[in-house]
Ligand binder design. Sequence first.
Ligand code: AMP
Length: 585
Amino acid sequence: MLEKMEILDVEMVIEEFEAMTKDAGSVQRETLKKILEENGCAEYLQNLGLNGRTDPESFKACVPLVTHQDLEPYIQRIADGDSSPILTGKPITTISLSSGTTQGKPKFVPFNDELMETTLQIYRTSYAFRNREFPVGKGKALQFIYSSKQSKTKGGLFAGTATTNVFRNSQFKNAMQAMQSQCCSPDEVIFGPDFHQSLYCHLLCGLIFREEIQLVSSTFAHSIVLAFRTFEQVWEELCADIREGILSSRITFASVRSAMAKLLKPNPELADLIHNKCTALSNWYGLIPELFPNVKYIYGIMTGSMEPYLKKLRHYAGELPLLSADYGSSEGWIGANINPNLPPESATYAVLPNIGYFEFIPLNENVEELVQDKINTSFVSAEPKPVGLTEVKVGEEYEIIMTTFAGLYRYRLGDVVKVMGFHNSTPELNFVCRRNLMLTINIDKNTEKDLQLAVEEAAKLIAGEKLEVVDFSSHVDVSTDPGHYVIFWEISGEVSDEVLKECCNCLDRSFVDAGYISSRKVNAIGPLELRVVWRGTFQKILDHYLGLGAALSQFKTPRCVGPTNNKVLQILCGNVAKSYFSTAF
Ligand code: AMP
């Protein structure tokens, strides 16, 4: 459909979405039926005794809840070249590497045409709603998108990050064209072998096409912030390139150089204009609309682990609206942002009931069970009882379980979501956190969000000196007795010991979880430690992940570093400039 159509018929997309969400319950039953019919012959399902049944009741009775670890042997066989129907009816020919930034190492997950189609469906849906509120004209998008190294598995399958698989798909380009969001950079830049060089060229392309740029985007907001932080360092070099029409020698790859040579012509007026704008700005506030006068909005995933970058993004964006993109994972998509007017902090994602079969483990009950388990000390984990998509309750939190067209059945993604409301009969979810990202030593339980709030509070103490926390992470140190929280901060400049001591106390006081406070009071948890790391430490972490095959497009700073993430912990601990212990309790 998209190949033939130049511009997407947004009203039709919205109509289809409305119709489908009015009867989300039966669309879910139908979707499950379709998934099981298409894949019933797969070894995994055959072994579970479904015997051709496709109803949710039989499905739940026969198929266990699994994690990635449970499926690893199956996925590994696929990667090793076994082309029999293992997880799906049609053999999987491409593997995605999930960013793995939360677990410490990239995971293999299956990718197929159906997953590509659901990706486009999500993109179309959110675009349709977005375009009603924020129409973009004919033009281009400055997209900070990058591919990962594309490798081949032992069995000869292509393996790249999910976004790389999407960007490489021919349908992606057509779809972007239909949504008037075509990337202003040539493919050689997007697929360039070095992200530092690609980033520089993305910026340069954006400046060359500055009048045409309608939106600035990336998959995750972190990449946009990183891009403009880099701009602050390299803007004079960019201006020089534009003035002379000669690309900086920092770009060394021939393919990238020759693609850029086609775009770059000497343009002293443009160079002067950009130079003047940059020197006139105060502390880079409103940089994006200054550089790109026709930009309508900034777009990218801004929730979850991206929230800490919002402050900086707002600074660069000035008055421009920030719109959070959709919710999904390498494993499969979940929901589209159909309320683009909401600020990113309260963005919700409406689940598309035909892109997978979704179940939800209620968390409130389980948290209590966990606490009870801990009290009883005999750890008997109760089998969680998930509910269906249309059975979730507003205000409740759940762990999400997905069954996809790409061979995952009752798969625990590990994300916690909160139901904020319903659109017709499909829920609108707010992303809460990764379930395993918890700072916990005793009876305390702090999520990534709790950590973020504490950091925001303490960072106010350095904001007065026009300094900011560039990035942060944490670690539970149980090598001391009692154990204690360690928070790592990278700061944009020098701060006095006195202020940092205060920041450390403030962090300690800002965890409002009753379990933490009571444990601190009786010294069952030791004083919080703030470790300030050298500038560039988080860049080293990013480089470490890129070396493992991750892509910048999907990078998420690990906010809580555990023993499975030894290398990152080593980087953090090896770059500590100063450390402080709290005296708050
Ligand atoms: P990956 O597949 O490695 O790129 O990571 C997918 C994970 O990124 C999801 O499981 C979420 O934890 C996180 N994620 C994806 N989309 C969003 C979103 N819109 N808001 C918050 N977190 C997200």
